[in-house]
Design a protein around this ligand. Structure first.
Ligand code: ADP
Ligand code: MG
Length: 475
């Protein structure tokens, strides 16, 4: 009896079914369609990229075992991803699926040889033992320029991003560093740049990665003794997007390896895009040579959106979700949530949810309750930077003075207060507080906290300082 894609797959399914939970089988295996069989390669069609990633992450072993049983040691599995949007079809390695399945959908094939004893290139995104030659961009197509609304607060960063997308590596914005506080759209914009480049230049290798994941991969590569493969992998990329590079602070090994990768990419005209929660001048514990590289290109800030921009972000979101909401409620939410787009969206989502779960009408009263919750919950998020700013403003000095080495009494006291509040209001360690407030050690911070405690119980004036600043920090 000759084997067909269907018969091979049915046998695999039988084996898989016996070895996993029924619900998991239903969810992850029933939707798969066996498409073709050539030599020892079976092509299966999966509904989305997410689906493919999930299979790779959770079921790669059982797939491998079952397929090897059917097709022998050279068994290969090819995923065909049905893309729900046109984005995927512009990628390299695309092959059309048989016309009978094609309808309006596009497909993308990912080749995963199951047998790989001697990879000459290790791709840190792939589960050990399985090689994936193609570098997946890790981009989220939902984060596009189109739905990144423009306003005064983001115009520079947004247009720089667009310029980079038109000519990756070919503008003076290299690297492009996007910086700004939490929830202001750094990640969104970083993806949008990548998505747009991929759209315009399907042949370019684009990679989005968080600095945290990059760091983990690097540590892993050192452990496994393949640091060079790690570097080599990253040097192949045309557009490297690293999110939240402040995560590199204090991690000198990762900084070092990134420095080499950066230099290589930059020299070869490749584009680097970075995001960070602060401007390069304010970054702590990042090597000077790396900071100077960051400044080679353009640093563009994402600021707090103004009222009009907040309203248009909300309206756009509601429009995309197909929800209608009275203008006065939108205005109310936009007026009261100012500093974080993620919270702005969060408030509107919970407003929609509340009203639909409880069958309540969306009223101004309901909006007030929800906004209050959001605003209250965010009060506690105080950063060490913010504490230093509040304390130095209070004493009318600048942050440099607060951090300086001087022994002048009023400056020392201000610094000690900043340390005390950093301990009280953040989760940072003594060492990290010390390093951020004038590069002191943990013992100095500990001493500062004790001093503030003592002085506030013995010195009336000093107690007033503590009370005033506490109030300012809790507003
Ligand atoms: P960050 O990385 O700076 O913390 P994100 O990129 O995660 O922020 O953005 C938080 C949320 O706000 C995301 O859902 C994002 O889509 C949305 N957002 C931020 N800025 C805009 C904007 N200008 N237009 C539309 N949505 C935005
Ligand atoms: Mg982010």
């Amino acid at each position: 009896m000759s084997k067909t894609a269907q018969s091979v797959w049915n046998n695999c399914l039988e084996f898989i079914k016996d070895n996993i939970q029924p619900q998991a089988y239903k969810t992850w295996f029933e939707p798969i369609v066996a498409v073709k069989l050539t030599d020892s390669a079976l092509s299966i069609q999966v509904p989305s990229k997410f689906f493919y990633e999930w299979l790779e992450e959770h079921y790669v072993k059982i797939l491998k075992v079952s397929l090897t049983k059917e097709l022998g040691n050279n068994a290969k599995l090819v995923y065909i991803i049905k893309m729900e949007n046109t984005y995927g079809n512009k990628q390299p390695f695309t092959e059309k699926i048989p016309s009978s399945n094609r309808t309006a959908l596009k497909s993308q094939e990912i080749d995963v040889p199951l047998n790989n004893k001697n990879p000459e290139l290790r791709n840190p995104f792939v589960i050990p033992g399985i090689r994936n030659v193609k570098i997946e961009s890790q981009l989220n197509p939902n984060y596009s320029f189109e739905n990144f609304l423009e306003g005064d607060s983001n115009r520079l960063a947004r247009s720089a991003g667009l310029a980079v997308a038109v000519k990756p590596g070919g503008t003076s914005f290299n690297p492009l560093l996007i910086f700004g506080g939490v929830g202001l759209g750094k990640t969104h914009l970083a993806h949008a740049i990548g998505v747009d480049i991929k759209d315009k230049y399907p042949e370019k290798t684009v990679l989005y990665i968080s600095a945290e994941k990059f760091t983990q991969q690097y540590i892993e590569s050192v452990k496994k003794n393949n640091r060079n493969d790690f570097i080599h992998f990253y040097q192949l990329i045309d557009v490297l997007i690293i999110d939240d590079v402040q995560f590199f602070s204090g991690k000198s090994g990762t900084q070092d390896v990134f420095f080499h990768i950066f230099n290589h990419l930059h020299q070869n005209g490749k584009q680097v895009v970075l995001t960070s929660d602060k401007a390069p001048v304010d970054m702590q514990d990042i090597e000077q040579r790396l900071l100077s590289r960051f400044k080679w290109g353009l640093s563009a800030e994402l600021q707090h959106p103004d009222f009009e921009t907040r309203v248009s972000i909300l309206k756009n979101k509601l429009y995309r979700d197909g929800v209608e909401m009275p203008d006065d409620i939108i205005d109310y939410v936009a007026k009261n949530i100012k500093t974080n787009v993620r919270e702005l969206e969060g408030a509107i989502i919970s407003l929609i949810a509340q009203s639909s779960f409880n069958k309540k009408e969306i009223t101004l009263e309901l909006a007030k309750q929800i906004v209050e919750k959001f605003v209250k919950n965010t009060k506690r998020e105080v950063s060490i930077d913010y504490i230093q700013k509040v304390v130095s403003d209070y004493f009318q000095m600048d942050i440099d003075t607060l951090q300086s080495k001087t022994r002048k009494r009023h400056i020392v006291q201000a610094r000690q207060l900043a340390m005390f509040f950093a301990k009280k209001f953040t989760k940072a360690s003594l060492a990290s507080i010390g390093s951020q407030i004038g590069k002191r050690d943990h013992a100095t911070v500990l001493h500062a906290c004790k001093t503030v405690d003592n002085l506030s119980s013995t010195d009336k004036q000093f107690r007033k300082y503590v009370e005033d600043i506490t109030k300012k920090l809790s507003v």
